[in-house]
Design a protein around this ligand. Structure first.
Ligand code: FAD
Ligand code: DHB
Length: 388
């Protein structure tokens, strides 16, 4: 089998890249190690920046997002019960959209099915070869048979634990990493959200986030130690802990119920440099990880593949290498800004036992500064809704 672009991974990065290339007439095949149901069952991000919304529209898959997504004009920050509303619309005239990653994935998968574009699911032992030359290959096993896909370039859209970045010789890539000593325990519940907008709460017991997927489905998170086992958390224990971290007025109106999903996600900041190795290009979580505070992971993945799609289209339709040559440097600029913002939001809102009472006073001062400074609020708003 032969294609122009072999895309490894059918998460949001791989699917969006596939869609953009298909629209431009560039041939691409996606190879994914899991099943479609498994991919759709992963509950992850929930907030889209304007750039991601625009990209869904440009890809012709924005219709359901506009019909079912919720426009959010701001977020609430809470610090030991004191509330601060950050109104994006007033501060910078922009907003974000609450629309789950599972829905984005479903829309892209449906579009792919409709056009008959090829996605190979349940592919075992995916391996990439000869990407330092001009004739790279991908091999994989499916139903016990080994297959080879010849291609011109490989797009590594296979997430943090994927095979693409791991296949690059160690001395060709530099990793920048910070692993946080905590994770987020998340619960999905079929109950109306506790408030109209998201609440990011700092509390001495730890961070909490009140989010949502729709007017009838809510998503809540609490900070837990990174080795915490989800089995230790009954629904009742989760709701008690969440209420303890919210201000009393909010806690009083929280609607609880049986969880329909519960999982722990570790928190990490990570960037690989560069993001191009001969004919291999990394995008999305394969290239970088942000801690989820600030909702940047999915949005960053979308902005990477927008640039990568343009670069591949330039190469295969217009015959120019400029886009692929400039890809890594171009996206890394935006990546580092999102890394900075996610690190900052994480630092402000979580408890860090090792920084002691000095650290808590600094966090409080940061919150008070935000509360009193329109410039600081504007900076938060500008980063949250997404930098250009
Ligand atoms: P992924 O979604 O990871 O997709 C990669 C795909 O590649 C997967 O389908 C995987 O099965 C496939 N794959 C992996 N290895 C191979 C292989 N060897 N061969 C073939 N296929 C392979 N972001 C937020 O903004 N908010 C959140 O609340 C949030 N929660 C998260 C919770 C978890 C547990 C995780 C892991 C991430 C979370 N994120 C969150 C981040 C966000 O979901 C990611 O940034 C986003 O999924 C990145 O998309 P991607 O397509 O690059 O990677
Ligand atoms: C959600 C996740 C985030 O990381 C975030 O910052 C906001 C919302 C969510 O899953 O809904």
């Amino acid at each position: 089998m032969r294609t122009q672009v072999a895309i490894i991974g059918a998460g949001p990065s791989g699917l969006m890249l596939g869609r953009l290339l298909e629209q431009a007439g560039v041939d691409a095949v996606i190879i994914e190690r899991k099943s479609p149901d498994y991919v759709l069952g992963r509950i992850r991000a929930g907030v889209l920046e304007q750039g991601a919304m625009d990209l869904l529209d440009a890809a012709g898959v924005g219709e359901r997002m506009h019909a079912e997504g919720l426009i959010h004009r701001g977020v609430d920050l809470a610090f030991d019960g004191d509330m601060l509303n950050i109104n994006f619309e007033k501060l910078i005239g922009k907003h974000v959209m609450v629309y789950g990653q599972t829905e984005v994935t479903r829309d892209l998968m449906d579009a792919r099915r409709q056009t008959g574009a090829l996605t190979i699911y349940d592919a075992d032992d995916v391996a990439i070869h000869d990407f330092d030359g001009t004739a790279p290959r991908v091999t994989y096993r499916k139903d016990g048979v080994t297959h080879t896909l010849d291609c011109d370039v490989i797009a590594g859209c296979d997430g943090f634990h994927g095979v693409c970045r791991a296949s690059v010789p160690e001395n060709s890539v530099t990793s920048f990493e910070r692993v946080y000593p905590f994770g987020w325990l998340g619960v999905l519940v079929d109950q109306p959200p506790v408030a109209e907008e998201l609440i990011y709460a700092h509390h001495e017991r730890g961070f909490a986030l009140c989010s949502m997927r729709s007017n009838t489905r809510s998503r809540y998170y609490v900070q837990v130690p990174s080795d915490e086992k989800v089995e230790n958390w009954s629904d009742d224990r989760f709701w008690d802990e969440l209420r303890a971290r919210l201000n009393p007025a909010t806690a009083a109106v929280l609607k609880t119920g049986a969880s329909i999903e519960k999982s722990v996600a570790p928190l990490r900041s990570f960037v690989a440099e560069p993001l191009r190795f001969g004919s291999l290009f990394l995008a999305g979580d394969a290239a970088h990880i942000v801690p989820p505070t600030g909702a940047k992971g999915l949005n960053l993945a979308m902005s990477d593949v927008k640039v990568l799609a343009e670069a591949f289209i330039e190469r295969f339709v217009e015959g120019s290498m400029a886009g692929t040559d400039g890809y890594s440097a171009k996206v890394l600029q935006r990546i580092w800004k999102a890394e900075r913002f996610s690190w900052w939001m994480t630092s402000l809102l979580h408890t860090f036992p090792e920084t002691g009472n000095f650290g808590r006073r600094i966090q409080r001062a940061e919150f008070d500064y935000l509360a009193g400074s329109l410039a600081a609020q504007q900076s938060l708003a500008e980063n949250y809704v997404g930098l250009p």
